[in-house]
Design a protein around this ligand. Structure first.
Ligand code: DX5
Ligand code: ZN
Length: 220
């Protein structure tokens, strides 16, 4: 069993002092940077885009996990590769030609992720799972940090784990939204490989030790 990956979400960082928060993550037990791009169309909020990610990538020394909450994400695959994204995740609900989009992401040298909204059944990925490096399972409705975790997620993780095993795929399962020390262990037991945590990390008094404690809690 491999180690659970911890991915702090920069959406909850201090945007006026990003360098400090990036350094904190660099020096912490975290594994990835989770970067949320929102377009105000696919989700009812706008976050940040390429110039900010490019600036972050100059300071970050860990994997850049970019989560696109935008319509027609295939338009920007080359741009995100060019600014240093290592993993590029598109939403199933925003991709008419998902298979083509996954191949295009890989052709740019990135790992391909697919995100599922809470209402989307995991079975829709049966025919593409072998091509997907990461499934980002939304455990809140995408668009905002700081929302409450949806309990039905555990069931979805178990179902997806089964599909991955049946197909002999090596896809990782990432949980995104409302992750805290209250649900982390149960999520990993259900089959999660990556935990995104935004407000739980950056809203805490000591983010470095919050990351460390979370990573200890889910040690396998
Ligand atoms: C929500 C984003 C999440 C968010 C998680 O749309 O995709 O990555 O930053 O934030 P928390 O951990 O605060 O729920
Ligand atoms: Zn996200």
């Amino acid at each position: 069993m491999s180690k659970t990956i911890i991915a702090p979400s920069i959406l909850a960082a201090d945007f006026a002092n990003l360098e400090k928060d990036i350094k904190m993550v660099n020096d912490s037990k975290a594994d990835w940077f989770h970067l949320d791009v929102m377009d105000g169309v696919f989700v009812p909020n706008i976050s940040f885009g390429m110039p900010v990610i490019e600036a972050i990538s100059k300071h970050a020394n860990k994997t850049l996990d970019v989560h696109l909450m935008i319509v027609q994400p295939e338009r920007y695959i080359k741009d995100f590769a060019g600014i240093g994204a290592n993993i590029l995740t598109v939403h199933y609900e925003a991709s008419t030609h998902l298979h083509r989009t996954i191949q295009a992401i890989k052709a740019e040298g990135m790992q391909a992720g697919v995100a599922l909204n809470p209402h989307t059944n995991v079975s829709v990925l049966k025919d593409t799972i072998q091509d997907i490096d990461l499934v980002c399972m939304m455990s809140v409705n995408p668009g905002f940090g700081g929302q409450s975790f949806i309990e039905n997620t555990y069931e979805k993780v178990k179902e997806l784990k089964q599909i991955i095993a049946e197909k002999g795929a090596s896809t990782k399962i990432e949980i995104d939204g409302g992750v805290t020390n209250k649900n982390a262990k149960q999520l990993v037991e259900a089959g999660a490989d990556v935990l995104v945590a935004g407000s739980y990390v950056f809203g805490s008094e000591n983010p470095t030790s919050t990351i460390e404690n979370l990573s200890e809690l889910v040690k396998k």
